[in-house]
Ligand binder design. Structure first.
Ligand code: G6P
Length: 355
């Protein structure tokens, strides 16, 4: 097993470090920079999209739905177990199952119901021979290589990358500049390497490891990142954490914010979304909560932060991937400080094959 970990203490840390390679594989042969085109070997008809997924993959689904909406295509993400019992109307919808394993029973039930109602289905998965890949009309493989750690890391980054490719290849990018997006995707592996080489996540983890509760906030593409940051921390450190759309914190949970609840705030760029999230950061700072900003330094969020985790400047869509890598490292180092069973957390399974 030690050989399999290639010198890392845990599979999860190895897999976090494999992300530049995993994403190169995901992009390989699918992106033509000169032509400014993304080409996949699938070509589904798309007028509306319903994403179904569970756990970490649901966060990728939320992000994916936002990409399609940005291109003017109605799109929504559903928790697969909710979808299966209360399936929304399907017109000409494409139903996309996001699942690392391709075997999650809840997600399988959802696509079987979608199929029964006449939808085209697409499996976005890491496992070529999986049940979902076989049963769906089409499959788009994320090509991360095997993931051993129960808590998803490199597969999530590859799901975010693959869903960008899917949107660009099928519906484009709305008002966004496609060439700029393709460039941002091309730069993603190297930018992740920069994060891995320079991250201060370990010292942040040591400073806050004794906290009993953590919050994560982000807006737009950073909302799924906030959710995923909290889920990762819960899964492997057994510490309470919650992720929110930044604007939602004040609608209730702010009551729990104290000097003992560190808040991770994902803020990149210097646009209206960033400014509004900084407004939310000020609200938590005023309650004495330590703020850890995950930022590219474009805005002045650092003024309100007790610690900073830097990411290279890039498009908001790819910044979300980079910010998530910082939060993966924070979760890993907190769990490691606490001596947790990182690769096999209690009560959890890599793939849940019962509904
Ligand atoms: C399990 C795992 C999670 C994972 C979820 C969905 O609950 O512990 O890490 O996100 O299943 O898995 P999938 O293979 O469908 O992505």
């Amino acid at each position: 097993e030690a050989t399999g970990k290639a010198g890392y203490d845990h599979f999860m840390l190895k897999e976090i470090h494999e992300q530049p390679r995993a994403l190169r594989q995901c992009l390989q042969g699918r992106v033509d920079e000169l032509a400014g085109e993304v080409t996949l070997d699938i070509d589904p008809d798309i007028s509306r999209v319903q994403f179904v997924a569970c756990g970490t993959s649901y966060h990728a689904a939320l992000y994916g739905a936002a990409l399609f909406r940005a291109a003017g295509v109605p799109a929504q993400a559903f928790l697969a177990h909710e979808y299966a019992i209360q399936t929304p109307p399907i017109e000409d919808d494409l139903v996309v199952a996001v699942s690392q394993s391709g075997e999650t029973a809840d997600t399988l039930a959802a696509i079987r119901e979608a199929d029964r109602r006449g939808a085209d289905t697409l499996a976005l998965t890491n496992v070529v021979g999986s049940t979902m890949a076989r049963e769906c009309t089409d499959a788009l493989f994320i090509r991360s290589g095997p993931e051993i750690g129960v808590a998803a890391s490199k597969t999530f980054s590859a799901q975010l990358t693959a869903v960008n490719l899917l949107a660009l290849a099928t519906v484009g990018a709305g008002d966004e500049d496609v060439r700029e997006l393709i460039g941002a995707l091309r730069d993603l592996p190297a930018n992740i390497q920069t994060v891995l080489d320079s991250s201060d996540a370990r010292s942040v983890a040591r400073d806050y490891v004794d906290s009993e509760s953590f919050f994560f906030i982000g807006r737009g593409y950073h909302h799924p990142v906030a959710l995923e940051g909290a889920l990762k921390l819960k899964e492997i450190s057994y510490t309470h954490a919650e992720g929110f759309a930044a604007g939602e914190l004040k609608h209730g949970t702010l009551a729990l914010v104290t000097p003992d609840t560190p808040v991770f705030a994902v803020v990149t760029g210097d646009d209206e979304a960033a400014r509004k999230t900084i407004g939310n950061v000020k609200e938590v700072e005023a309650r004495g909560a330590p703020v850890i900003a995950v930022t590219d330094g474009e805005s002045d969020v650092e003024r309100y932060a007790d610690a900073v985790l830097e990411v290279p400047s890039t498009h908001a869509r790819t910044a979300a991937v980079l910010a998530n890598v910082q939060l993966q490292l924070v979760a890993y180092h907190i769990a490691n400080e606490l001596g947790r069973s990182i690769d096999k957390p209690r009560n959890l399974a890599k793939s849940v094959t019962v509904e």
